[in-house]
Design a protein around this ligand. Structure first.
Ligand SMILES: [Zn+2]
Length: 331
């Protein structure tokens, strides 16, 4: 990791390689001509704009050095269960807890691939409450009970495919129907319990197959084993890796990270996960700290854009053996 990415210039080249696999394309005028300026930015030959590789990405106007971002991305993708902000802060010995938290949350926004493919085939769908977890914290922001819709592809009697997770305001027809239309391809077979919202939510777009479940007796794992498996893994992950310290306002980010990880759980190469994450990170728009923090605490200041060169912690320093090794490969 550190031999490949010893400094920000190497990280920047890697992001450039991911962002413009076919060569530079101006995001404004779509021209391909450009000059490289001394500070690493580009000057578009078509519209004369100055552009940087990180402009318009999740790294836009952020303070931590790219080497720290890369280290965070590596920690988040190489560990089986990812990493919590608290652990990341301790590992990097850099910035504050808020810095580590905001970095991970920016990456979470990059975990939802725009235009990703819908689930297909046989899909189990159910709702589950997340929360009621003792967080020791009361009042605003504490995770009460939040309703989450869960959908998962059933590949064989025991095999699960990809999943989708989303916070829904209630289990009524419009919320469930919009969840289905966004994440499940029309024509799929939807397996649910007997909740009365599902027949009108599936209508003619899906083959609906209700299975009898006594809802009053709580969760019945045997009737919808797929969604119950996903829901219990999710709850264990929130309690384990994140120790239940997830606020309702930010839960969707954690759901996205869980799905990103779950849907790539058979990926043999952790390095590929890292690449996918950074690939998506240079394709989603910039995120302000304020937009991450739904309820910003007044005393917390928004991080300032970097004015001086980004300075990394000594723990990340290393001497490179080979410059830009990824250039040997096709993106
Ligand atoms: Zn241009």
């Amino acid at each position: 990791m550190r031999a490949w990415f010893p400094d920000d210039a190497a990280c920047l080249d890697y992001l450039e390689w991911l962002r413009w696999p076919e060569g530079f394309v101006c995001p404004q005028c779509k021209g391909a001509g450009r000059w490289r300026m001394a500070d690493g930015r580009f000057w578009c030959a078509g519209c004369r704009r100055r552009l940087s590789v990180t402009g318009g990405t999740i790294f836009h106007r952020t303070r931590p050095p790219l080497t720290v971002w890369f280290e965070a991305a590596w920690r988040a993708t190489s560990a089986k269960n990812g990493v919590s902000a608290k652990t990341l802060h301790r590992l990097l010995g850099f910035g504050s807890y808020q810095t580590a938290w905001a970095m991970l949350h920016r990456f979470r926004t990059a975990m939802v691939r725009p235009g990703r493919e819908s689930l297909t085939g046989t899909v189990e769908v159910d709702e589950t409450f997340i929360g009621g977890i003792k967080s020791g914290k009361r009042g605003r922001g504490a995770l009460g009970k939040t309703l989450v819709a869960v959908a998962v592809e059933i590949l064989s009697p025991k095999g699960l495919g990809r999943c989708r997770l989303r916070i829904i305001p209630n289990a009524q027809v419009p919320a469930l129907r919009s969840f289905l239309l966004d994440g499940v391809a029309p024509g799929s077979r939807i397996v649910t319990d007997g909740l009365r919202s599902y027949p009108p939510a599936t209508l003619k777009d899906y083959l609906h197959q209700p299975v009898p479940v006594a809802r009053s007796r709580g969760p019945a794992p045997m009737s919808l084993p797929g969604v119950h498996r996903v829901a219990s893994l999710l709850k264990r992950w929130l309690l384990g890796t994140h120790q239940g310290a997830v606020e309702a306002d930010h839960l969707q980010g954690y759901l996205d990270e869980f799905a990103f990880r779950f849907n790539r759980r058979r990926s043999e190469f952790r390095g590929l996960l890292f690449r996918r994450l950074l690939e998506q990170a240079v394709r989603v728009g910039p995120i302000t700290y304020r937009s991450l923090v739904v309820n910003p605490t007044p005393k917390r200041q928004k991080p300032l854009p970097p004015l001086e060169p980004r300075v990394g912690p000594a723990s990340l320093e290393i001497n490179p053996k080979e410059l830009h090794p990824w250039r040997k490969y096709n993106p």
